[in-house]
Design a protein around this ligand. Sequence first.
Ligand SMILES: CC(C)(COP(=O)(O)OP(=O)(O)OC[C@H]1O[C@@H](n2cnc3c(N)ncnc32)[C@H](O)[C@@H]1OP(=O)(O)O)[C@@H](O)C(=O)NCCC(=O)NCCS
Length: 199
Amino acid sequence: MNSLHNPQSETMLQPFKLRTERLLLRQWQPDDFKAFAEMNADPEVMRCFPSRLTRFESDALAKRCQELIAENGWGLWAAEIIGSTEFIGFVGLHGNNSLPFPPCTEVGWRLKRSAWGQGFATEAARACLQFAFETMMLDEVVSFTSVCNRRSQGVMQRLQMLDSGHNFRHPDIPRHHLLSEHVLYKISHERWQHGRNSL
Ligand SMILES: CC(C)(COP(=O)(O)OP(=O)(O)OC[C@H]1O[C@@H](n2cnc3c(N)ncnc32)[C@H](O)[C@@H]1OP(=O)(O)O)[C@@H](O)C(=O)NCCC(=O)NCCS
């Protein structure tokens, strides 16, 4: 799926915004870039990635996220705390077709360290799954991370995603690198719907 009619706008495609109890997921703004670069230079945030990002690399990633949201209306949204307007990282959806399994839509997250341990990633990702299943009408959403990334797997488990058991080597990471092996979690529309109905 490339683009959607956005009911928030009758005349032109405006990026979707998702609102949760504490967070707003929105299009990236110029002010986010500096805070994002600081996150991407933090060794703790980047512990499960092959390397930290330079300012140039970080800006390029933010710009790519911004462009994809502008094109499609959805994507890896910038997350801010409602009320403070503080940028805390990204949470969102990303279409992937360069992995060793069929094209899929991934739910993903990266938050600055001071925003960890407060349930923000899970809260925002729940809104993304709702968007994926109710607005994009997807059958399935996946998530993946390196085997050592327990915090990220914790988010997947809190979302009731299931470990597929099909670990894979990420094609962008050298095969024998410690971070190469990834877990693959999935959630179907049916499972998500069942989880909502049993709340
Ligand atoms: C992955 C990442 C987003 C997870 O962050 P996180 O804070 O562990 O996850 P959540 O936001 O869901 O918060 C859950 C924690 O908040 C706690 N919490 C506190 N208040 C809460 C509340 N009101 N509601 C829910 N949980 C709350 C939970 O008990 C849990 O604590 P625990 O870690 O001690 O079990 C974060 O570690 C990160 O950005 N890492 C670097 C980037 C990265 O690795 N991204 C994934 C790559 S694929």
